[in-house]
Design a protein around this ligand. Structure first.
Ligand code: PAF
Length: 326
C-alpha cells in the first residue's frame, strides 16, 4: 500500500513536470549574422530578459547565420506565424513597410547619436507603428552602424572610382538609386549569397557597416575598405503579429522590455566595433582609406539627382525634419 502511494505520487509529479515542460513556449528567432555579431548579442539579451521575466515560460531558440533563410524569407515567416521573432535591417524591411525606406537615404544621419535620437523619438516611433497592419510588431529600433564600401578592385576616393564597379547592394530601392546615381553597377542580392559571390568574383564589392564586415569576416574575401559612412543602417527587433496577439498583457510587456535590453546590448556592440573595427580589419590585411570631409561632400553633391527622387517618394518635410533634429 505504501509502495502504491509513493509510485502514485511519483507518477503525478512526473505528469505535472511534463505539463510544465509542454507549457514552455518556443520562440524561434532567426537572423542573418553569427551569434557573436551585434544581432547575436541583441538576440541573446532579448531572450535572457524574456525568459527571466516570464519564469522560463518562453524559451528562445536561436537560428543565427541565415539558418532560417534570407531576411526576406524570415520576415515572411513572421507574417505567416511560422517564425516568432527576428532582428533585421531596414534595408530589407522597406519591401514590407515602404515608409521605413526613408531611414535608408544616404547622408541623412550625421552620427550615431543623431540616428538614435530620431529613431527613439516621435519620428521613429511613428514608423514602428506602421508595421502592425503588415502582420509584424516592431518592438524597438536597433542598429548596425554606418555602411562603408569594400571591394577587390581599388580604393574608392571619388564617385568616379565607383564607375562600373559591380557592387552588391541590399534589395532596397533607396540604396540601388544611390549607387546607380553614383555610377556604380549595383547588383542587388540577398545576403546569404554574398560571400560566395565575392569569393567567385561575380561581384567586385559590397557595402555594410563595420559590425558586419568584422563579424562576417569579410576581410577573408575583400581587399579594400573605404570608410565612406554613406548611409546609416538601422535594424528593427520584430515579432510575429499572430504570435504577439496571443500573448497576455504582461507577456507583451516582457517582450517589449526584453527588446529594449537587446537594443542596449546591440548599441554597445556597435559603439565598440565603430572604435576598434578598423584596427581589427587592418590587422587582418585590409587596405583602409577614409573619405575626407571634402571627399564626402563630393559624394553628397553627386547624389542630388537621387535626392530629387527621394523627395518624390517620401515626404520632403519628414526628410527635412530628420536632418534638422539636433
Ligand atoms: O547587407 C545586408 O544584407 C544586411 O546589412 C545584413 C548583413 C543581412 C544585416 O542585416
Amino acid at each position: 500500500m505504501k509502495f502504491f502511494k509513493v509510485s502514485f505520487l511519483a507518477a503525478v509529479l512526473s505528469l505535472s513536470m511534463a505539463a510544465v515542460a509542454s507549457a514552455e513556449t518556443e520562440v524561434k528567432i532567426g537572423y542573418a549574422l553569427a551569434e557573436n555579431s551585434h544581432y547575436g548579442v541583441a538576440a541573446k539579451a532579448w531572450a535572457d530578459a524574456v525568459e527571466k521575466a516570464t519564469n522560463g515560460k518562453f524559451k528562445f531558440r536561436q537560428f543565427p547565420s541565415s539558418a532560417l533563410g534570407g531576411e526576406r524569407e524570415v520576415v515572411e515567416g513572421l507574417q505567416l506565424g511560422t517564425v516568432e521573432a527576428t532582428i533585421v535591417s531596414t534595408g530589407t524591411l522597406s519591401n514590407f513597410v515602404p515608409a521605413v525606406g526613408v531611414t535608408d537615404i544616404p547622408f541623412l544621419f550625421r552620427d550615431l547619436h543623431h540616428a538614435r535620437d530620431v529613431l527613439d523619438g516621435p519620428i521613429g516611433q511613428d514608423l514602428l507603428a506602421q508595421f502592425e497592419p503588415r502582420g509584424l510588431v516592431a518592438l524597438a529600433w536597433g542598429e548596425q552602424g554606418f555602411r562603408h564600401i569594400t571591394n577587390n578592385k581599388h580604393p574608392i576616393n571619388t564617385p568616379a572610382d565607383l564607375a562600373g564597379l559591380k557592387l552588391r547592394t541590399m534589395e532596397n530601392p533607396v540604396h540601388i538609386t544611390a549607387f546607380e546615381t553614383l555610377g556604380a553597377a549595383p547588383t542587388p542580392m540577398a545576403w546569404p549569397e554574398v560571400i560566395d559571390a565575392l569569393q567567385q568574383g561575380t561581384i567586385d564589392g559590397q557595402e555594410n557597416p563595420l559590425s558586419v564586415i568584422v563579424s562576417a569576416k569579410l576581410y577573408e574575401v575583400q581587399k579594400y575598405l573605404t570608410l565612406s559612412g554613406h548611409v546609416y543602417s538601422p535594424a528593427v527587433l520584430l515579432v510575429s503579429k499572430p504570435f504577439y496577439d496571443g500573448l497576455s498583457d504582461e507577456e507583451k510587456e516582457a517582450f517589449r522590455k526584453g527588446a529594449a535590453e537587446g537594443v542596449v546590448a546591440m548599441r554597445a556592440f556597435v559603439d565598440d566595433v565603430e572604435k576598434t573595427g578598423v584596427e581589427q580589419l587592418k590587422e587582418k590585411g585590409m587596405q583602409v582609406n577614409e573619405l575626407s570631409v571634402g571627399q564626402k561632400a563630393d559624394f553628397q553633391n553627386s547624389l542630388k539627382a537621387a535626392y530629387e527622387q527621394y523627395y518624390q517618394k517620401y515626404d520632403k518635410k519628414l526628410i527635412d525634419d530628420i536632418i534638422a533634429t539636433k
